[in-house]
Every structure is written in structure tokens, then in C-alpha cells.
Design a protein around this ligand. Structure first.
Ligand code: PMM
Length: 287
């Protein structure tokens, strides 16, 4: 394994890091499964983002709509009201901001307000205006593996071979996104852990990140506090610990992902992951 940035890839339009980058999550939602709405307030959300940067986050992912299974969609005005002031507050402090949205209008306003990356869990499928907006802005774009909205449970989560199917579906989506005008060197791919996937699928994907990296785009891994970690920690009989008690497990995934060449990891609790990616970098440097 080489230690060059080429191993992880670089996203045109974003800073370059010599290790796996840490994306800290700021959910500006009253119903986020992991934050419980604590940051549903612009000032608190901006402060939380700055705290995450102080703890070692390289970029901050701001989202105003929960994507957890069963969550109802917020309307566009409400999403804009939640997200834009926080993007503005963090960008004006010099923080690299990513916007987690499925709406073109929110992406467009966020980019105009200083965001430097659009993170769309639907990979542009939820809003037909998304790809043209991101292409016109020349912004970097995260293409996550997505099989549709999860209302009513974990629908569409059936796979014969999860790794090859996720790789093939992501490949097709990336082609469509490029066709839509987004430059290949601005595309990040993400396996979408927990989205139409059971714990076994998530673990299988984490065991095969190499095959996702073979898509030829920087890889984002977002395991933070997800159900599959609760499942692993609970063991066969036990009850899964609540989301907030999955941060040590999350940091373990960060180390595994960084070691396998992930470009970035997206986490709620930054401190432990910031250490994990630095340790992974040091190990890499010793090879
Ligand atoms: N998961 C969530 C939200 N945004 N973005 C990307 N790129 N990948 C993910 O897996 C992802 C995401 C859901 O988790 P949250 O409610 O903790 O933000």
C-alpha cells in the first residue's frame, strides 16, 4: 500500500488531506435519531460545528432533514430555514461545509452561501433538478447508494450479492451523474450503510471497501451510530445500546475504513475518529 494521496484520491474543489478526512455531522433537525434535536437552533448548531472542528473535523456536514427509516420529509421552506443560516455561520468562520440534502434548491442556496460539497443520499434521484444545479455550480458531489425512500421499513433491501450489486448500481449512478454534467474528478462515492441494508449487508460492504474504491472515485464511509453497530454490540441475545453509546464502535469503523483507503468518514462524535484516522495514517506511513 502506498502512502500517497493517490491511494485515497482527491476531490477537485476541496482541500487535500494526507490522511482519511473527518466529516463531522451537524443535524439541524428536531427528530434526528442520534442528536435528539439538541442542535435544532442556529446558534447552537454553528457552535456545535465549530466545536467539532476544534476536535479535529476537516469538514462539517450540515443537514436539515432526517433520513432515518420512517422519518417524514420536511417541507422545502423549513429545510432552507434550518440549513442556510448554519451553512452561512460556519462558512463565514472558514469551515469547509458540506450540505446533506436531497433538494436542489437547498443545494443551490447552500453553495451560494459558501458550502463546498453537496452530499445527497439519493445520489440525485430524489430531485431531478439536483444534478443540473450541482453541475452548473461546478461543485463536488457525493453519490450514495440509494434504492429509494425508506418509509414503511427497510424496503428494497434484498440482495443476492450485496457487494457486487452496490458496486454495479453505484457505477450506473456515477455514469448518469457524469452524463448530467458533473465532472468525474468532483464525484465521491458512498455505499450508503443502513439504507435498504441489513446489518450483515453493512458488514459485508465494510469488509470489501477495496471493491468500492475500484470504482475510481474517493470513497466516503458513514457508519456513525448506525443500527448495524447496535446489532454488533448487542450480540445474539442482548438489546442494542442506544445510538449515543455507539461512538467507540464508530471510531473502530473509522480506523478500519481509513486503513482500507477511505477518503473520508462521516461521524457525529469527532474526537475518537480524529485519533483513529491519525493512527491509521501513522500505520500506513510505517509500511
Ligand atoms: N447517512 C445519514 C445521513 N447522511 N450521507 C452520506 N453520504 N452517507 C450516509 O450513509 C448518510 C448520509 C443518516 O445518518 P444521520 O441521521 O446520522 O445523519
Amino acid at each position: 500500500m502506498s502512502t500517497s494521496p493517490g491511494r485515497r484520491g482527491h476531490v477537485t474543489g476541496l482541500p487535500e488531506w494526507d490522511r482519511c478526512a473527518v466529516m463531522g455531522v451537524v443535524n439541524v433537525t428536531p427528530d434526528s435519531f442520534s442528536d435528539g434535536g439538541r442542535w435544532f437552533d442556529t446558534t447552537a448548531a454553528v457552535k456545535h460545528g465549530l466545536d467539532l472542528v476544534a476536535q479535529g473535523a476537516d469538514l462539517i456536514d450540515v443537514g436539515g432533514e432526517s433520513t432515518r427509516p420512517g422519518a417524514t420529509r420536511v417541507d422545502e421552506d423549513e429545510e432552507l430555514k434550518r440549513v442556510i443560516p448554519v451553512v452561512q455561520g460556519l462558512s463565514s468562520e472558514g469551515v469547509a461545509v458540506s450540505v446533506d440534502t436531497m433538494r436542489a434548491s437547498v443545494a443551490e442556496r447552500s453553495l451560494a452561501t459558501g458550502a463546498s460539497l453537496v452530499n445527497d443520499v439519493s445520489g440525485g434521484l430524489a430531485d431531478p433538478a439536483m444534478i443540473p444545479v450541482v453541475a452548473a455550480a461546478g461543485a463536488p458531489f457525493v453519490v450514495m447508494h440509494w434504492r429509494g425512500f425508506l418509509e414503511g421499513g427497510n424496503v428494497k433491501g434484498t440482495y443476492e450479492d450485496v457487494v457486487s450489486e452496490v458496486v454495479a448500481e453505484l457505477h450506473a449512478r456515477v455514469e448518469a451523474v457524469i452524463e448530467g454534467g458533473i465532472a468525474p474528478e468532483r464525484i465521491v462515492v458512498d455505499p450508503g450503510l443502513g439504507f435498504s441494508k441489513e446489518a450483515a449487508h453493512d458488514l459485508k460492504l465494510l469488509a470489501h471497501l477495496e471493491e468500492l474504491r475500484a470504482l475510481g472515485h474517493p470513497l466516503l464511509v458513514a457508519a456513525s451510530r448506525k443500527r448495524f453497530l447496535g446489532h454488533v454490540l448487542a450480540g445474539d441475545q442482548g438489546a442494542p445500546p442506544p445510538a449515543r453509546e455507539r461512538d467507540a464502535a464508530t471510531a473502530a469503523v473509522s480506523a478500519i475504513a481509513a486503513h482500507q483507503g477511505a477518503w473520508a468518514v462521516r461521524v457525529h462524535e469527532v474526537r475518537a475518529t480524529a485519533d483513529a484516522v491519525r493512527v491509521a495514517r501513522a500505520v500506513e506511513g510505517a509500511q
